[in-house]
Design a protein around this ligand. Structure first.
Ligand SMILES: O=C(O)C(=O)C[C@]1(C(=O)O)C=C[C@@H](O)C=C1
Length: 637
């Protein structure tokens, strides 16, 4: 669906961004050359045309479109009043839909309302409405006549009252008066100035639509006046309260109006910041509260709390809307989202956390998702040592460590972290590694100048790189998903399919790893002291620097018929040539065996006895239990 925005003023630009951010091909046309991305003749290449011109220009615009556009194009009317334009659209010969976006171009789409006034049986029209709904907007349906009637009541009256207020205060009001305004009058005056400083022609249409209603408003004003004159204010309030409830939660509106002021002195500026801070705090509380309600809905639908894709695009959109430092803005919102998620997890009755290699989209995350079905909070770490430290310190309950890959062998930093820190390996799991070359857009391999990825991933794809990308420069990143943030138009990253999906990358080539069977084995670690299951023991040991010392240790395993799955040596870090050994013995080593080991080694450290798992059932049952108690609590509440 190709969308042409006809008229690139405020609303036009809004719709262009809205659909572009959702992956549509959108171009803007405007009579002002500088604002136009296409020529008038090119309008014929589009199958949806949004008419975003002022209402007094609709007729001309439709005749112009008639000359150029494809006859099957769908016209989208967004005018605030409908009746005056029905004939124009009907006689245009185009299929047309009509909506009324009840917001200005500077508003957020989330929770804004859109009224659908004419919805033809046309797949494109249905898709447009669906996009609004998906973005969080409140969509309602009215017929053309109902729409104009309701708008007369809602828009005409509000505009009329605000214009009346500003007309009455016109000689009295100046900027100095802002200092003595009450919060409510400040809010009203700010709203009035917004209207007065916009295009009067648009308001003319809206006000004209409310001719009858205006007379009723004037009558209502004299009735209210009579109540007051007759000392019946309480009666008036009681009478009105029947219709207007829920008036308490409005301080945020009043404080928001205050932030449109321009303070002068240092003290006033500090006061201003104080108001902004408390507003931010109250808004964060409201945000978190919405998160809690989302969590309840997710539990009902059995969906995960964390949705990396949503978070990624939220950050991308927010950082694109500000001139402030993108990194800092990102960190602030990441923190706010963590806070929201933490509360969501509480609602879901989930208290455990899992440390994985980040950012989102890494294979270590994939292993975690396989084990826990993405229903536990993940802590993204920037190194395997950080994962182990997070578990050791109690920040995370479990950690997922890559230990070995079928092509590259042992992941040395994981061994080193296990030696240095005190955690317990209690399970292992395997993940099939499929590496893909991905980029922001579909580009030719010959145009890829830089390849970003983790050293392990790069080394697993060297045959492909040598054959197809010999000209490209390789730059290493801390994880495969880290590579994504570095991408530009001429680079590609080697990532998992999950990362490509999360970050909406285009896959240029799938499964580019040298060996088609490529598996990574992960350890699952926890703090020491849990129930021991399984029959593989992982341990480090050191031996004296003398002939046969290593043999005498290996002899224990031979004599006792214990198979060693893995044997690695690592420098002890004390002196050159001094080594520590790491083995995985296929038995849960007992007292006697350990006693013998102690006699023949300079030291030994069992890092765990583990079993192979595909699911961490311990979480799932705990989650179910606690979520059902949450359900009960929710029901009781
Ligand atoms: O949109 C959701 O599903 C939310 O729960 C909200 C939110 C957020 O804080 O913005 C929190 C968790 C998800 O990972 C994505 C976004």
């Amino acid at each position: 669906m190709k969308i042409c925005i006809y008229g690139m003023g405020g609303m036009g630009s809004f719709f262009k961004n809205f659909f572009e951010n959702r992956g549509y091909f959108v171009k803007g046309y405007d009579v002002v050359k500088e604002k136009s991305e296409i020529r008038l003749e090119e309008v014929k290449n589009f199958d949806v045309i949004f008419l975003c011109v002022p209402m007094d220009k609709i007729e001309d615009a439709v005749s112009e479109i008639k000359e150029t556009a494809d006859k099957n194009a769908l016209l989208v009317d967004i005018a605030s009043v409908k009746k005056p334009f029905v004939k124009i659209y009907e006689s245009s010969g185009f299929e047309w839909m009509s909506i009324h976006p009840m917001f200005g171009p500077d508003s957020e789409i989330g929770l804004s309302n859109v009224i659908v006034v004419r919805l033809p049986k046309d797949e494109r029209a249905v898709r447009i409405v669906e996009e609004f709904r998906k973005s969080g907007a409140i969509v309602s349906f009215l017929s053309l006549e109902e729409h104009d009637e309701e708008m007369a009541k809602i828009q005409s009256t509000s505009h009329f009252l605000l214009l009346t207020l500003s007309y009455y205060l016109r000689e009295w009001f100046n900027e100095e008066k802002l200092k003595i305004l009450s919060p409510i009058s400040l809010t009203l005056i700010k709203l009035a100035s917004r209207i007065i400083n916009q295009d009067w022609k648009m308001y003319e249409y809206i006000l004209e639509n409310g001719r009858e209603v205006r007379k009723e408003i004037i009558k209502a004003a004299s009735e209210v006046d009579r109540f007051i004159e007759e000392g019946k204010v309480q009666e008036l309030f009681d009478y009105l309260r029947g219709a207007f409830k829920n008036g308490k939660n409005t301080t945020i509106i009043l404080d928001s109006a205050r932030t449109t002021l321009t303070p002068n002195s240092l003290e006033e500026l500090r006061g201003y910041i104080k108001t902004v801070d408390s507003l931010i705090l109250r808004l964060i509380e409201k945000r978190v509260d919405a998160g809690r309600r989302i969590a309840l809905e997710k539990m009902k639908r059995n969906e995960p709390i964390e949705v990396s894709e949503v978070e990624y695009f939220k950050l991308k959109e927010l950082t694109s809307k500000t001139s402030l430092d993108a990194g800092s803005v990102s960190s602030i919102f990441e923190e706010i989202m963590s806070l929201t998620k933490a509360e969501e997890y509480k609602v879901a009755g989930v208290e455990k956390k899992v440390a994985v290699l980040g950012p989102a989209g890494s294979f270590s995350e994939e292993a975690a998702l396989k084990l826990i079905d993405s229903k536990l909070p993940l802590i993204y770490c920037s190194s395997v040592e950080e994962i182990v430290k997070a578990v050791e310190s109690g920040k995370a309950d479990f950690g997922i460590l890559p230990i070995e890959n079928s092509i590259n062998g042992t992941v040395i930093p994981s061994l080193d972290a296990l030696l240095k820190h005190d955690v317990e390996v209690f399970a292992e799991t395997e993940v099939e590694v499929n590496l893909n070359l991905a980029a922001k857009k579909l580009i030719d391999l010959k145009d890829v100048e830089v390849i970003y990825s983790h050293p392990q991933a790069v080394s697993q794809c060297m045959t492909f790189i040598n054959n197809y990308l010999p000209h490209a420069e390789i730059r290493y990143t801390r994880s495969t998903s880290d590579a994504v943030s570095l991408l530009d138009e001429k680079s590609a990253a080697i990532v998992s399919e999950n990362a490509a999906k999360i970050y909406r990358l285009q896959i240029l080539r799938r499964s580019i790893q040298d060996a088609k069977e490529n598996v990574t084995r992960f350890y699952v670690v926890r703090r020491r002291g849990g129930e021991v299951r399984g029959n593989v023991t992982a341990l480090f040991f050191g031996v004296e620097d003398k002939p046969g010392a290593l043999f005498s240790v290996l002899e224990i395993f031979k004599r006792r018929n214990i198979n060693l799955r893995k044997l690695e040596s690592r420098p002890s870090g004390i002196k050159l040539g001094d080594y520590i050994f790491f083995v995985e013995a296929e038995k849960k080593l007992e007292e006697e065996e350990l006693k013998e080991l102690k006699e023949r080694t300079t030291f030994y450290k069992v890092v765990g006895v583990f079993e192979k798992i595909d699911r961490l059932n311990v979480f799932i049952s705990e989650r179910k239990e606690s979520s059902s108690s949450e359900d009960r609590r929710a029901k009781e509440a």
